[in-house]
Write a new protein. Structure first.
Length: 581
């Protein structure tokens, strides 16, 4: 039966992104809808990107296009927009449709040939409604939330990756130029004398210009063009700088898309886009140190498509500009702001090494999370508060280093650093004993003779190293005697519940790693989950657990023996979980 005249046809809109990514605050705000009209079914929304701050009513489309061009991989496209906090569906849906069309034209240089989506989230009810532009009309839409978005994306889809290292010559004025200098395009006749028949110039007196002619063999044009020379006369003495770049792009395609078409229509335009983005970053800092730009690709939680970020790796990940860049990306992708999801360690790993179990420097496998195999603590009615996340077990004799009798605090520090690595707070390697010693010398805490020594270190030194390498702050609890450690159980329980990081316990010349406490506040009974770095055997989980090298310890056991020494002063190092991106 044909639809009645003037009625709207109902089309099906498929949404692969989580509903919360569309309706999340703040309100009012604007979301750009991302799809792949070329490779996915029509009217499929794969992701939603939040607009720049204060862009709900009148977004800066030029700035939006520049950022989104670097973020989205080729093969994905802007397919619509959503207004969150709408009071007038028809007016707001039409307005955001126009904005989406305009943004896409800036990104692609042409009008969309596919249907565009405009939607609104009602400010009062939270209801989401969409319209679709097909040709010159608007169509009502039926919304389908896909249960298996990954299947639709990747059952017939694939990623193409291209790496292209470049070494580019760049001539920079020796002195800063106060005035902007523009290049000129001039005709070839500029370089001929006024009287062309009197060619009296000799080779020695001619102003020779070296020109390399390149022929584009992959493009045929029937239109005749006059050759021109782009002439860049140097206004002053110039220095030559060689800029090393490594382009690295991803493209989304269907598995049956011809390779030649993928290269010409996806890969090459993607490389050109990334080169232009890097050019802007380099040109803005010509008079300072050359940026070390490196692209990374991510698929953060809640997002089913890859995105690309270009980081300047000169100063490390804790540098202020890099932190601000990641924060802005978190806002754009609607990610939480209290955990690292777009750090280098979060990036997609395309090497075969990524499938191999983590190994120490001497090639042996490292055990993870050994406490999960141990029996209960024996505290009746206690509440367990444990480490939150994974760690690697470092102990005596690892990596071929004989540190028996002096290296327990070093091993505890290595376990703590491994926790930050595995939780993606850092991508640095776990430091060796010598590297730990070098840090303490660099900050002035130790003399140069300390490097290569077998000197013991304690909680204070560990806090210095964590601050220097990871930017992590630490809380230190001082205890006058091992007998007083149970009095700190409540404070330690709060630490594991709120921070979740491993704790180093140092007393006398012994150091341990604390992974949790089991505490009955009513009767004061408690136990400590100890990971002992003094173990010297092979990484045999059964042997470690049965031998008590990772086990619950009470301050005084059933036989009256104390685990912590009564006559020793103890420092407890409580590393804090960074509230960072």
């Amino acid at each position: 039966m044909e639809a009645a005249a003037g009625s709207r046809r109902r089309l099906t809109l498929r949404l692969l992104c989580p509903k919360k990514s569309l309706v999340a605050r703040p309100s009012p705000s604007l979301r750009w809808l991302v799809g792949s009209p070329r490779f996915l079914p029509p009217l499929t929304v794969a992701a939603a990107l939040r607009s720049l701050p204060d862009g709900a009513s009148s977004p800066d489309l030029q700035r939006e296009a520049e950022e989104i061009r670097g973020l989205l991989v080729r093969g994905f496209d802007i397919v619509g927009a959503l207004h969150v906090g709408s009071a007038d569906f028809d007016a707001d849906a039409g307005r955001v449709l126009g904005l989406a069309r305009a943004l896409r034209e800036r990104l692609c240089g042409e009008r969309a040939s596919h249907g565009m989506v405009g939607g609104c989230v009602d400010a009062a009810s939270g209801e989401i409604r969409f319209l679709v532009s097909e040709g010159d009309g608007l169509e009502a839409t039926e919304v389908v939330w896909e249960d298996e978005p990954g299947r639709l994306l990747w059952e017939k889809g694939c990623l193409l990756r291209c790496e292209l290292p470049l070494k580019l010559p760049l001539y920079v004025p020796s002195d800063d130029m106060s005035e902007e200098y523009n290049a000129n395009i001039v005709s070839c006749s500029k370089f001929f004398p006024a009287k062309r028949y009197n060619l009296s110039l000799t080779r020695e007196s001619a102003d020779a210009i070296q020109i390399t002619i390149l022929s584009n063999q992959s493009f045929n044009s029937s239109k005749a063009n006059t050759p021109v020379v782009e002439y860049f006369p140097a206004p002053a003495l110039a220095n030559l700088r060689l800029i090393n770049l490594k382009l690295d792009i991803l493209c989304y395609s269907s598995v049956d898309f011809p390779v030649a078409a993928a290269v010409s229509e996806l890969v090459i335009p993607g490389l050109a886009d990334q080169l232009n983005i890097m050019k802007k970053a380099i040109v803005s800092e010509l008079t300072t140190q050359q940026p070390q730009l490196c692209p990374y690709h991510f698929v953060p939680p809640g997002l089913f498509i890859p995105v690309t970020a270009i980081y300047d790796t000169r100063y490390g990940e804790i540098e202020e500009k890099q932190s601000e860049l990641r924060r802005n990306l978190h806002l754009r992708l609607q990610l939480p702001l209290d955990r690292p999801l777009l750090r280098i360690s979060n990036a997609l790993n395309f090497s075969m090494e990524g499938t191999v179990k983590k190994a120490s420097k001497n090639g042996s496998s490292l055990l993870r999370d050994v406490h999960k195999e141990i029996p209960s603590s024996g505290v009746s009615g206690g509440i367990m508060s444990l480490i939150d996340g994974s760690y690697e077990y470092y102990h005596y004799l690892h990596d071929g280093i004989d540190d028996n009798g002096w290296g327990c605090a070093y091993r505890s520090l290595q376990t703590i650093v491994s926790w930050y690595r595995l939780q993606q707070y850092s991508s640095i390697n776990v430091p060796s004993h010598r590297e730990i010693q070098q840090v303490l010398v660099e900050i002035g805490d130790k003399d140069p003779s300390f490097i290569g020594s077998r000197e013991w270190i304690g909680a204070i030194e560990l806090s210095f190293v964590l601050d220097r390498l990871l930017g992590v702050s630490c809380k230190i609890i001082n205890v006058r005697s091992g007998d007083e450690l149970p009095e700190k159980c409540r404070e330690l329980a709060i630490h594991f519940e709120t921070q979740g990081t491993p704790v180093m316990i140092g007393g006398g010349v012994l150091a341990y790693t604390l992974l949790g406490v089991d505490y009955n506040e009513a009767i004061g009974d408690c136990a400590f989950l100890i990971l002992d770095p003094h173990y010297t055997g092979a990484d045999d989980l059964k042997k470690i657990v049965n031998g008590g090298w990772c086990s619950w310890k009470k301050s005084v056991d059933s036989k009256g023996r104390g685990f912590f020494l009564q006559d020793k002063f103890y420092n407890l190092l409580l590393p804090q979980r960074p509230n960072m991106v």
